[in-house]
Ligand binder design. Structure first.
Ligand code: PMP
Length: 427
């Protein structure tokens, strides 16, 4: 009879494992006379359409956590939190964990932002973005007709969220690289979609063949990120073309995250926006203009999808921040060549420092290296680094595996030198 209590039919209670366990235990404990009356009471509540959830809640069997949606509970930040906790204990660490550029906003961008504030450009903008910025972005992307258009978003993260919301129904699969930029996976949980993976280990190459092997009848979209976080791998136009052909053959959307496009050290950054009508280009200014906190990004896509995204932006974020939009008019034309030379120097420095001691793929872009962890366990190795005051990120934050660790070389040469010294001593 006690176990019978578990059958209580409120879906919120049923769906919650901890509540079910509580009911089971209560039922078992009180399986004598009390158990009978409790079961009778709950059964009666259902029969009379009383809100069973309230009854259970009043009995104190539902914790606050049980009230949080499953989508929020599915997002697990414990891995990165553990690193933050360990890092918090450090005084003045050698910080090679940072995923943002080490330069600030360009002077002309700051001046444009100040002017926008002075001119009171503080009203809501059109959800799609101010026409002046959209026009400049269209030019930059070579968009000449109305089939393709641009939406200004709250960073690339904002564009990704809108893409997920507009493309993925519950149960749909989104195929992401492994290793991946962490929100690709967790955003899928947020929209009740299913992240599936195509492995790019061990060489981090983009391979249509590997992607094809992971496509199922439920796959709706593929994400390609190049230059990639956390591997630094920059794919070629040929590699990307093969994935475009695969997406076309399977009729899948291709979400193309090119946020690190200006950080390409050895080759030209490839593009696919004009080659496929289901290509979605996601880009922004967090990395290329040194303004990650301003939350400035954009999406370029074909009309139907873009209109859906604009509609959802209107009812969620409303618009990207107005001051930032005016300031980004200046960021688009910034000459990035000296910063690129500077970052190439950092890339060369770190690659030289690791060579002979670590197994790694030379990064062709972004500002990350993703070496194999000595001993094979990312978390354990990062804890050893932290003991030596060096902050890097374990591979499991970006992957289903924890065999590697991420170094960000977005730091001064002095910091990189100190970091390399520690890394060499730990190899
Ligand atoms: N994509 C990748 C690959 C990233 O590394 C990041 C930021 N680290 C983002 C998207 C999100 O960028 P944003 O600041 O524009 O939201």
């Amino acid at each position: 009879m006690g176990e019978g209590l578990v059958e209580v039919g409120d879906c919120r209670a049923e769906s919650c494992a901890s509540t079910r366990l509580c009911l089971l235990l209560v039922g078992w404990e009180l399986r004598g006379c009390w158990g009978f009356w409790l079961a009778f009471f709950l059964r009666y509540s259902i029969d009379t359409h009383t809100d069973v959830f309230c009854v259970i809640n009043r009995l104190g069997l539902i914790t606050e956590m049980d009230m949080i949606s499953k989508r929020a509970q599915a997002v697990d930040t414990s891995g990165i939190r553990r690193v933050f906790e360990l890092a918090a204990a450090l005084k003045d660490p050698i910080n090679l964990s940072i995923g943002q550029p080490d330069f600030g906003a360009f002077p002309e961008v700051k001046a444009a932002a100040r002017a926008a504030v002075d001119e009171d450009r503080s009203a809501y903008t059109l959800s799609q973005g101010i026409p002046q910025l959209r026009q400049k972005l269209r030019q930059k992307l070579g968009i000449e007709n109305d089939d393709l258009d641009v939406l200004v978003t709250a960073g690339v993260s904002g564009g990704l969220l809108l893409s997920y919301l507009c493309l993925l129904d519950p149960g749909d699969e989104i195929l992401i690289p492994d290793p991946f930029f962490c929100i690709y996976r967790d955003m899928a949980y947020m929209v009740n979609a299913v992240p599936t993976y195509y492995s790019v280990y061990p060489d981090f190459k983009l391979s249509a063949e590997r992607i094809e092997a992971s496509i199922t009848s439920k796959t709706k979209a593929i994400i390609v990120n190049t230059p990639a976080n956390p591997t630094g791998y920059a794919c070629s136009q040929e590699e990307l073309d093969e994935v475009v052909e695969l997406a076309r053959a399977k009729d899948l959307y291709l979400l193309y995250d090119e946020i690190y496009d200006v950080f390409c050290y050895d080759s030209k950054h490839p593009s696919c926006l004009h080659d496929y009508d289901k290509a979605v280009a996601l880009n922004g200014f967090s990395k290329s203009a040194g303004v990650p906190g301003w939350r400035m990004g954009y999406v370029a896509a074909h009309r139907e999808l873009l209109d859906a995204m604009i509609k959802l932006q209107q009812y969620t974020i409303v618009c990207a921040n107005s001051i930032g939009q005016w300031a980004m008019l200046e960021a688009i034309d910034h000459d990035f060549s000296s910063l690129l030379a500077d970052y190439r120097k950092k890339r060369d420095f770190i690659a030289e420092g690791l060579s002979g001691k670590y197994e790694f793929v030379q990064p062709g872009g972004a500002f990350y290296v993703f070496p194999k962890a000595p001993g094979g366990k990312g978390q354990e190795f990062v804890e050893r680094c932290i003991e030596k005051n060096l902050l890097v990120v374990p591979g499991h934050v970006f992957s289903e595996h924890d065999t590697h660790f991420r170094i960000s070389f977005s730091a001064s040469l002095d910091v990189l030198e100190r970091g390399v010294e520690v890394l060499r001593s730990l190899a």
